[in-house]
Design a protein around this ligand. Structure first.
Ligand SMILES: [Mg+2]
Length: 96
């Protein structure tokens, strides 16, 4: 659901609550995702649904991080990492 509505809603959240509050929320959601992954890996009942919920929360917060720090800045940071991963996997990097 990465579409213009998703981006607009994420930008509106940063506008309304502010960057610092949303960075704090990212920390909280990251902690919830870490716990959900642990529960899923241990086979706790209903852990898959909780993991998916926390993944969705994190996806929303990461989009807000892109709003806060700038889409281009995040992409610039990600590009060499993707290139390095391509090298490790033996995948020809079509963008590079
Ligand atoms: Mg959550």
């Amino acid at each position: 659901m990465i579409d213009s509505t998703f981006r607009q809603v994420c930008a509106a959240a940063v506008q309304k609550y502010g960057a610092d509050a949303q960075l704090c929320q990212i920390q909280e959601e990251a902690a919830e995702l870490i716990a959900a992954i642990s529960h899923f890996r241990r086979g706790r009942s209903d852990s898959r649904a909780k993991l998916l919920e926390e993944l969705a929360d994190m996806e929303i917060m990461l989009e807000q991080a892109r709003v806060i720090f700038g889409d281009d800045a995040v992409t610039t940071a990600a590009t060499p990492k993707i290139e390095r991963l391509c090298d490790r996997l033996g995948i020809e990097d079509s963008a590079g």
